[in-house]
Design a protein around this ligand. Structure first.
Ligand SMILES: Cc1cc2nc3c(=O)[nH]c(=O)nc-3n(C[C@H](O)[C@H](O)[C@H](O)COP(=O)(O)O)c2cc1C
Length: 251
């Protein structure tokens, strides 16, 4: 190849540097630190430090409590969906797959999301009921990774969540053959209209193939950005018989 753009499939004639930010130089780090201290000074020290030492970030001993406190902080700073997480699964051949879903509950038993059990993710989880999650909150420059086993939530709990959703979202769940080929948008819209008419004066029941999934964590890793890629990492591993042990990891 005599042209870099051909290698990367670029169409615009611009080089990759135009879209991939350069790795920060010493000057960039110094500028970021100055900008951060200006913000803090103008905000009476209330501003949240993202580029420099964030202070004590591993504030709780229990990883679920720690996760909840980081999610609460992310909720104050993210532009939207602080509960969005990448969900990784594998297919029968071991080929990984990943997509975003929304966390709907988190507590001692694990992390919950809702989806269609006949979607690609649903079928992959049926074949291999193990998953990994990754949260990345750009605004606070933190990441949390979770690995664990997966099981379906009870019908009662799924019913309760389904009933709390807007009618439009309920119709969407019932009308969508999630992840299967759709010939044209109108087909989906027609299906929604049809179900809307069928359930005109009635509550929409939860479809059997739509329910909650619970990821029961065996490993949770917390990562926080530090200058020069010297990030802080703390990994919690579930101990047989109960409780968690934790270690720090090199960045
Ligand atoms: C921010 C975000 C949140 C999402 N949340 C969900 C969700 O909670 N449940 C879901 O089924 N799909 C959700 N999706 C759509 C999935 O990423 C995906 O397109 C869909 O579930 C089909 O995935 P699959 O073919 O691997 O099963 C979300 C997408 C984005 C970008």
């Amino acid at each position: 190849m005599d042209n870099e753009n051909e290698q990367t499939g670029g169409q615009s004639g611009s080089k990759d540097e135009a879209i991939i930010p350069a790795t920060p130089s010493d000057d960039d780090y110094a500028r970021e630190a100055d900008a951060q201290s200006d913000i803090e000074a103008s905000d009476g020290g209330e501003a949240f430090a993202v580029d420099d030492d964030q202070g004590e970030v591993f504030t709780e001993k229990d990883p679920i409590d720690l996760f909840r406190s980081w999610l609460a902080l992310a909720g104050k700073h993210e532009v939207n969906d602080p509960n969005a997480m990448a969900l990784a699964t594998v297919d029968r051949s071991g080929m990984p797959n990943v997509r975003m879903v929304l966390l709907k509950d988190v507590g001692a038993r694990g992390f919950t999301f809702y989806s269609n059990a006949e979607s690609v993710k649903g079928l992959e989880l049926e074949g291999t009921p193990k998953a990994a999650l990754c949260f990345h909150w750009k605004s606070i420059r933190r990441q949390v990774r979770v690995r664990g086993t997966v099981e379906a939530l009870s019908a009662e709990e799924s019913d309760e969540y389904f009933a709390s959703r807007s009618r439009g979202s309920q119709l969407g769940a019932i009308a969508s053959f999630q992840s299967r080929v759709l010939d044209e948008r109108e087909t989906l819209e027609r299906r929604i209209e049809d179900y809307d008419a069928i359930y005109k004066d009635r509550d929409i029941p939860r479809p059997d193939n739509w329910h909650g999934f619970l990821i029961q964590p065996t490993e949770i890793e917390f990562w926080v950005n530090r200058p020069y890629r010297l990030h802080d990492r703390k990994q919690f591993t579930l101990v047989k018989g109960g409780g968690w042990k934790n270690v720090n990891l090199y960045p």
